[in-house]
Ligand binder design. Structure first.
Ligand code: ASP
Length: 337
């Protein structure tokens, strides 16, 4: 019997049409395009149902509300399908993939996000391959994770990041190997794939104030002092290299003092595409250590943001949030001991 996949279309370039004011999601277009694909399909293609969101969004507008809606729909329909394909804009796809990986605990089925750089409605496009391969993966393979399929690569969702605004291989997971490569054949890297969980549990994110601060030479920290309020629950610092910040004349001290006073969790990630941030490796990260910041290791910023939402939504106290922030919960980081 053929497997069945649920496609959730949230918006994004993949289903967009040319309009006078630029590309915009075309309502019901994806439905007819999918019908055409199904009519000409090989027997390998799983059966599928389509859920089209209203409104369809450019993924720049995706927020917690949509993350929760997607996660709830997956939860409600979980038993009816072998897997799920989420059609999503590329701009924030890695954030959504990371968020879903934390919201959906105990997965036993594939949840695959995909989209495209060129719409399906264009003659020359990457949409058709991304869509069909994602469907094949979700219907016929055992990958019990939130993944992102794009440009021939199946990546762990919470390890992925958008690396190109216009290449057709637009995503990579620089700190973790692809879970599968789709060339002439689809080759799964079984050892890299997580074991099935013990059944789906949904953790909905709550609204928490979170910030991301990228360090650059000459940064005037006072510009950012006003964001360090009592309401700020977590901040991801994109530090240099292995987790370093300017420390001459205690430049960042006031900011860090405020964070400490307000119980704001500070997570330090590297702004390098690859590698790991470890507080304490260099003297210039000492101020971070004193402020009680935690190492984000090799987590992407997308994963660190999603993980902060997740841990804060679990209602843990700050000590527990920090303790779990450095643990590998969903395959999102490699801890350095
Ligand atoms: N702006 C689009 C979006 O993220 C880009 C894309 O889908 O590739 O929705």
């Amino acid at each position: 019997m053929k497997q069945k996949v649920c496609i959730i279309y949230t918006g994004g370039t993949i289903g967009m049409m040319k309009t006078e004011s630029g590309y915009a999601p075309g309502k019901a277009y994806i439905h007819s395009a999918l019908k055409e694909i199904a009519d000409s399909a090989s027997p390998d293609l799983p059966d599928f149902d389509l859920i089209e969101y209203d409104p369809l969004l450019d993924s720049s507008n995706i927020s917690l509300t949509e993350w929760i809606k997607i996660a709830r729909d997956i939860k409600n329909l979980y038993d009816d399908y072998h897997g799920f394909v989420i059609l999503h804009g590329t701009d924030t796809m890695a954030y959504t993939a990371s968020a879903l990986s934390f919201m959906l605990d105990g997965l036993t089925k594939p949840i695959i996000l995909t989209g495209s750089q060129i719409p399906l409605s264009e003659m020359r496009n990457d949409a058709r391959d991304n869509l069909i391969t994602a469907l094949l993966l979700a219907g016929n393979y055992a990958v019990p994770e939130v993944c992102l399929y794009f440009g021939g690569l199946l990546l762990r969702g919470n390890r992925s990041t958008k690396i190109s605004a216009d290449d057709l291989v637009a995503f990579d997971s620089p700190n973790y190997p692809p879970l599968a490569e789709a060339g002439v054949r689809i080759t799964l890297e079984e050892k890299m794939i997580r074991k099935p969980g013990d059944g789906l549990k949904l953790v909905e994110f709550g609204q928490h104030q979170i910030a991301v601060l990228k360090i650059f030479p000459g940064i005037q920290f006072e510009v950012f002092e006003n964001i360090m309020t009592e309401n700020l629950k977590g901040i991801v610092i994109e530090a240099f290299g292995a987790g370093n910040i300017p420390d001459r004349q205690g430049t960042m001290q006031r900011l860090l003092d405020r964070a400490k006073r307000n119980d704001t969790v500070i997570v330090v990630c590297t702004q390098c595409l690859k590698g790991t941030a470890i507080i304490g490796e260099y003297e210039v990260s000492e101020e971070l250590a004193k402020a009680g910041a935690v190492s984000g290791y090799d987590m992407t910023v997308e994963a660190a943001v999603a993980k902060l939402y997740y841990l804060l939504s679990m209602g843990y106290n700050i000590g527990k949030v920090k303790e779990l922030m450095v643990e590998n919960l969903r395959g999102e980081l490699t801890k350095v001991l």
